[in-house]
Design a protein around this ligand. Structure first.
Ligand SMILES: Cc1cc2nc3c(=O)[nH]c(=O)nc-3n(C[C@H](O)[C@H](O)[C@H](O)COP(=O)(O)O)c2cc1C
Length: 304
């Protein structure tokens, strides 16, 4: 038996597997379908202060090489409706629950976190500072290290719960953003969100997404996110949550070696909702064959 448990920021996770925000609804939708015991934690779709309708459809399309392009535009019912409709279904046994929080400005992040502080089963928050599909907030905030520090510090001041900040893959240099978030008191960093991409239908001469551009995710993103995880792990001594292109156990092993402590499953859940159990089994088999007893022993063990 491999020990799959991971400790991060005072929380115990029974496995390093998490759901990527926006790819697992608000956490309960899969409850009758899959076994949640493969997850250490669940991260909800991003929630804002007021309801957001999202972008013009079509909002999602596949690309070559197993990639996915989405321009959902952070459609969500707003924090009040989330609390009224969904909060009572939390928690999910021993699975840690994180609410992804999004806003146009620092005040919105703070007000959403303040409201969620009254929901007892929440383990913490992932601050989405990197959505590529919105006009305000998103990349314009997450690309600025002062804004990252300000939002993080303001949220830190209103909660003692776990906070991860989700950063963009768009910057060649990860360290300034990672250091700004670390200095402001986060417990983890999520590396990373989607890359801005575009798909064109030559016959109609139109973009395939209503929003023209979207966020590129899935297997082609993996080398980018691996590099960002590795860079962030070198820059700060915080747990890193990997996000981008994970589809199998071997991907997870590579991310652990690069320095990740948490492993988010995103687009793969659309192709295979049963992936979490398979991926955990594949990781365990990889370890058994090599005499690795604890998954946590692999974290940051990349030889360079
Ligand atoms: C349909 C869709 C919706 C998403 N919505 C959000 C969101 O609301 N908030 C967020 O932080 N990330 C969102 N993401 C990004 C994912 O959480 C993840 O970071 C990204 O897809 C890369 O991981 P993957 O390659 O495993 O999918 C979304 C991704 C997809 C495909």
């Amino acid at each position: 038996m491999i020990d799959t448990s991971i400790q991060m920021g005072g929380l115990a996770f029974r496995t390093p597997l998490l759901t990527g925000s926006g790819t697992f609804g608000y956490g309960d939708e899969y409850r009758t379908l899959i076994d949640y015991s493969a997850f250490g934690g669940i991260i909800t779709k991003s929630i804002s202060r007021l309801p957001r309708p999202g972008n013009q459809p079509p909002r999602i399309c596949e690309t070559q090489l197993g990639g996915l392009l989405n321009s959902i535009g952070l459609a969500n019912p707003g924090v009040e409706v989330f609390i009224a409709d969904k909060a009572q279904i939390l928690p999910f046994d021993a699975t840690q629950v994180f609410i992804s929080v999004v806003g146009d400005a620092v005040e919105e992040f703070v007000s959403v976190v303040e409201k969620l502080e009254f929901v007892p089963a929440v383990s913490g928050y992932e601050l989405n500072l990197s959505c590529p599909n919105v006009q305000k907030g998103g990349l314009s905030l997450g690309g600025d290290k002062d804004a990252v520090a300000e939002i993080t510090r303001a949220c830190r001041n209103v909660t003692k719960r776990f906070i991860s900040v989700k950063l963009t893959p768009h910057h060649a240099l990860v360290a300034p953003l990672a250091e700004a978030a670390a200095a402001a008191g986060v417990d983890a960093l999520t590396m990373t969100n989607t890359l801005v991409g575009m798909v064109i239908d030559a016959e109609t001469r139109r973009p395939k997404l209503g929003n023209v551009t979207g966020g590129y995710s899935g297997p082609p993103l993996k080398p980018v996110s691996l590099a960002k995880v590795w860079q962030a792990a070198k820059a700060v001594s915080l747990p890193i949550w990997a996000s981008g292109g994970i589809t199998c156990g071997l991907d997870c092993i590579e991310f652990l070696l690069a320095g990740a402590s948490g492993l988010q499953l995103g687009s793969v859940l659309f192709a295979d909702p049963y992936a979490p159990t398979r991926i955990l089994r594949e990781m365990s088999e990889w370890c058994e064959k090599r005499g690795v007893k604890k998954l946590s022993d692999l974290i940051g063990q990349l030889k360079t």
